[in-house]
Design a protein around this ligand. Structure first.
Ligand code: NAP
Length: 258
């Protein structure tokens, strides 16, 4: 992968497993120093250890993004250890499950606290630091929000999740516009289905298998399928890319069955 991110400092939220742990490893392999954050510290520590064993530089930090007030101090800790932050991958997310007729207030709030408030205040806190440190002026400031095909496609039974991910897409564009001249690029990736803890139970069910068979390529994606877009958005080639919401979904959200 070379070292296109050499000298960059990246923070990944929700890096205790699934896509976040993978993203952290991809960024580290491209030369970035990476801070892996999530609520389960033992798991982020293990992934940071794997990065270090592979010759990369990584640190692990406990961070619950639903606790918006905790985000700034966590980013300060990262900057003290690794240097000025230039990349934030806002990946932490929850599934927001429940049919609309049954969905509890608590589940709605949990979904939006993590998926939307966490993304907004993560971006705010990161952008403040990127501007103050001169990273933004240098042209290296990148925020990548992990949205979903749910940002623009109805996933039946997931109204809270879909609404939260549509918010992430619009937040991405709004923040990109507001910070365009300040030099902070804000983009989003909308992945299709990749098997992780967030959905593995679903794909074991008959309904899940039926959904999978309805995808144009009759398969789930792999985390690696997102590498090219992640590296592009975080790297120097993205100078003119901001406010872009990229769908990488193996065609899953294309209309028409069969
Ligand atoms: P996952 O395996 O369930 O991972 C979710 C991650 O988010 C975990 O590391 C979890 O860590 C973290 N998280 C949850 N609540 C958090 C909180 N309050 N504060 C900090 N971290 C929190 O699911 P995933 O598939 O990797 O999902 C990653 C992102 O991709 C999510 O935003 C998801 O919506 C999005 N996405 C996934 C798919 C897919 O098919 N897998 C498709 C489109 C979009 P802790 O529990 O340790 O905090």
């Amino acid at each position: 992968m070379g070292d296109i991110l050499a000298g960059q400092v990246a923070v990944v939220t929700g890096a205790s497993g699934g896509l976040g742990a993978h993203f952290a490893k991809v960024l580290a392999a491209a030369g970035a120093k990476v801070a892996l954050t999530a609520r389960r510290l033992d798991l982020v520590e293990a992934h940071a250890g794997e990065i270090a064993a592979a010759g990369g530089e990584a640190m692990a930090l406990k961070l619950d993004v639903a606790d918006a007030a905790a985000i700034g101090p966590a980013l300060d800790e990262v900057e003290a250890a690794l240097g000025p932050i230039s990349i934030l991958v806002s990946n932490a997310g929850v599934g927001g499950e429940g049919l609309a007729l049954d969905l509890s207030i608590e589940e709605w709030d949990r979904t939006f606290d993590v998926n939307v408030r966490g993304v907004f205040f993560g971006a705010q806190q990161a952008a403040r630091r990127m501007i103050a440190s001169g990273v933004a002026e240098r042209g290296d400031a990148r925020i990548v929000n992990i949205a979903s095909i749910a940002s623009h496609t109805v996933l039946p039974g997931l109204s809270a999740y879909c609404a939260s991910k549509a918010s992430v897409a619009m937040l991405t564009r709004s923040l990109a516009r507001e910070w365009a001249r300040k030099g902070v690029a804000v983009n989003a990736i909308c992945p299709g289905y990749i098997e992780t803890d967030i959905n593995s139970d679903w794909f074991k069910t008959e309904g899940g298998q039926k959904q999978l068979k309805g995808f144009p390529r009759r398969r789930l994606m792999e985390a690696e399928d997102l590498d090219a877009s992640l590296l592009m958005l975080c790297g120097p080639a993205a100078r003119a890319i901001t406010g872009t919401v990229i769908t990488i979904d193996d065609g899953q959200s294309l209309p028409g069955g069969g």
